[in-house]
Ligand binder design. Structure first.
Ligand SMILES: CC[C@@H](C(=O)O)C(=O)SCCNC(=O)CCNC(=O)[C@H](O)C(C)(C)COP(=O)(O)OP(=O)(O)OC[C@H]1O[C@@H](n2cnc3c(N)ncnc32)[C@H](O)[C@@H]1OP(=O)(O)O
Ligand SMILES: [Co+2]
Length: 134
């Protein structure tokens, strides 16, 4: 079911300083910040040869990143995102195997304009999993 690792996401308290860390200290290529109110985040992508790092800062009321930062004030690994060919088929197979699909179970449009879904971290060894249709 899983294809490439699309990105690893890191929750940060200060997106500008986190971006500077990757761009200036580590010498990586970074995107412009993108506000995604429907996801409650502002995002910057660090572009690597084989995958991406997604830096996430909370945006607006009820942001999942704000909740995460309350429990993890220094920030840290928030989720991993795997590509799938058919997100609805993947969702149905996972549900049949007992995995919890978060939200209303319907894909949302993610940062790359593609459908995404999230799976409960307790069902995947304490790691929140995002699926993105390629
Ligand atoms: C940029 C757009 C998009 C993209 O295209 O890439 C994105 O990536 S958006 C990213 C942000 N969106 C989301 O995270 C959506 C899915 N998340 C959720 O639905 C919730 O955040 C959550 C995972 C269900 C957690 O919600 P919360 O209300 O905080 O629940 P709890 O506090 O009850 O947590 C339950 C349990 O799970 C642990 N937890 C919470 N978040 C994580 C996490 N990111 N990684 C690992 N574990 C996590 C939490 O600590 C609780 O554990 P216990 O304390 O042991 O009960
Ligand atoms: Co993501």
């Amino acid at each position: 079911m899983l294809k490439r690792l699309n990105h690893v996401a890191i929750a940060v308290t200060d997106l500008e300083s986190a971006t500077a860390n990757y761009r200036d200290t580590l010498g990586a290529r970074v995107s412009e910040p993108q506000a995604l109110p429907e996801h409650g985040v502002t995002v910057v992508f660090v572009e690597l040869d084989n995958t991406k790092i997604e830096l996430l800062e909370p945006l607006g009321e009820g942001s999942p990143i704000a909740a995460f930062l309350e429990k993890n004030p220094s920030g840290g690994l928030h989720h991993v995102c795997y590509e799938v060919e058919d997100i609805l088929a993947a969702r149905d197979q996972l549900k049949a195997k007992g995995a919890r699909v978060l939200g209303d179970g319907e894909p949302k449009t993610g940062a790359h304009g593609k459908p995404v879904l999230f799976l409960h971290p307790k069902d995947f060894n304490g790691t929140l999993v995002e699926l993105e249709q390629i």
